[in-house]
Design a protein around this ligand. Structure first.
Ligand SMILES: [Fe+2]
Length: 442
């Protein structure tokens, strides 16, 4: 297959199109596994899940069974989850705390540093059999940034900090914003669901502010009704959808959109919250400004961040809470979502329950947004059955300062995707204007 022309990128004319075979072809699907997922940094777990020695999480990353564990020595390691004897999975639960992992097939036992600690009948082996060589196989690369652990199958990949590049500015804002509240922690439980659509469709959808007033009309109406009922001001209602916003795109395919939401959680929902919760959010906002200054503090508190860490981690810090949403391809026409909510560790229980309630209500698998998005994505995938229509258009806002509702962040993703697949070299945002500076609201 010629992947060279699968993306049509014509900045002169302001035209950007993606050939639909990118979303349907088995061949593209195979290429993606080898050229993208095997050469990217992929999110694995958050430090709050690995607080104590022996804490582990089992996940499938890039199609490989793996687990990550904090060893007795305090160090975090990621291993391929396969016994070095005959291959059975040695870590058999999704999470827990363990001093060792015993293969249930023949009883080989590995400690939580990955060393082969024991095997039944070891006297049956010759002298050349060296158990030091038979420890669990580490994943080639493991690094962390601000409490987020990533792995890569590519031993030669640039370090994680370099890889994340300019996007770190926004990651830092979110991470710093919970520092005074004990840092972020993953709430127990993972939402997992599959959608009959290509994995890149939900990446696009999660970076897409253009569809909010159409696909999510039900949610908008519902919120309007609720806010009206408690006498919310027009300003509070309007800021929810029409506040200043813009799209950003960075090298290596990262990007996202930022949305003005004063007090991050409070302005949108405060009229529905108790007085004590409103007071607390206002206090947190003031504390951030005191701690980090007006510019940085208000950027933390007043702006939602919907980011993509290329290729498959959505970092969503918004009025509906903070979550990681990780996308995995299952087949050309099926994807799997795994999503984790995070809350500040020492936040008031009342605030925590408000945040979680809104996270579930909007982006949970049974919320007011996700089922509508699923319907849209599955509908697109069905539409691609009409093969005579070959191209998707993603040209919106290509020749102006990008707004959140433009598609600059989606083009950034596709350019990097195309580059890694073997297409034209990716400029960071070749052809599009540079991202607009983020306005600050005191
Ligand atoms: Fe949506």
């Amino acid at each position: 297959m010629d992947v060279h022309n699968i993306v049509m990128d014509d900045p002169e004319r302001g035209i950007f199109r993606v050939h639909r075979s990118a979303l349907t072809s088995d061949e593209v699907f195979e290429l993606e596994q080898r050229r993208i997922f095997d050469h990217s940094w992929l999110y694995f777990a958050h430090e709050s899940e690995l607080r104590n020695p022996g804490d582990y999480r089992r996940r499938t990353i890039a199609g490989r069974p793996m687990f990550i564990v904090r060893g007795k020595d305090g160090e975090v390691r990621a291993f391929l989850n396969t016994c070095t004897h005959r291959g059975a999975l040695v870590c058999r639960h999704d999470e827990g705390t363990a001093e060792s992992f015993q293969c249930f097939y023949h009883g080989w036992t590995f400690n939580n540093r990955g060393e082969l600690a024991g095997l039944p009948g070891s006297d049956a082996y010759a002298e050349a059999f060296d158990r030091r060589e038979l420890g669990l196989k580490p994943v080639p690369r493991l690094e962390s940034y601000r409490g987020m652990y990533f792995v890569s199958m590519d031993p030669g990949i640039p370090d994680l900090v370099t890889y994340l590049g300019g996007l770190r500015h926004y990651i830092d804002l979110t991470m710093d914003s919970a520092e005074a509240l004990g840092g972020w922690e993953v709430v127990a439980g993972t939402a997992k669901f599959t959608i009959k659509a290509n994995w890149k469709l939900i990446v696009e959808n999660s970076l897409d502010a253009y569809h909010l007033p159409t696909v999510h009309q039900t949610y908008v109406d519902y919120m309007d009704t609720r806010l009206e009922a408690v006498g919310a001001s027009r300003m509070q209602m309007q800021s929810r959808l029409s506040g200043q916003s813009n799209g950003v795109s960075y090298p290596r395919g990262h990007g996202g959109f930022l949305h003005f939401a004063p007090g991050r959680t409070i302005a949108n929902l405060s009229p529905l919250w108790s007085e004590s919760a409103q007071t607390e959010v206002t206090r947190i906002r003031e504390e951030l400004i005191q701690r980090y200054g007006v510019e940085r503090g208000s950027e933390m508190a007043d702006r939602s961040r919907h980011l993509l860490i290329f290729p498959n981690l959505l970092f969503q810090d918004s009025h509906t809470g903070f979550r990681f949403r990780q996308i995995w391809p299952v087949s050309p026409s099926e994807l799997r979502v795994e999503q984790y909510d995070l809350v500040p560790r020492d936040e008031q229980p009342e605030l925590r329950s408000y945040r979680l309630e809104w996270s579930r209500a909007f982006l949970g698998p049974g919320g007011l947004a996700t089922p509508d998005d699923v319907e849209a994505l599955e509908s697109c995938q069905k539409g691609y059955g009409a093969r005579e229509l070959e191209w998707n258009d993603l040209s919106r806002g290509m020749h102006r300062q990008p707004l959140a509702s433009d598609e600059v962040q989606i083009r950034g993703f596709w350019r990097q995707w195309h580059y890694l697949l073997g297409g034209r070299p990716a400029g960071s945002e070749a052809g599009d204007r540079p991202p607009a500076p983020v306005p600050v609201h005191a």
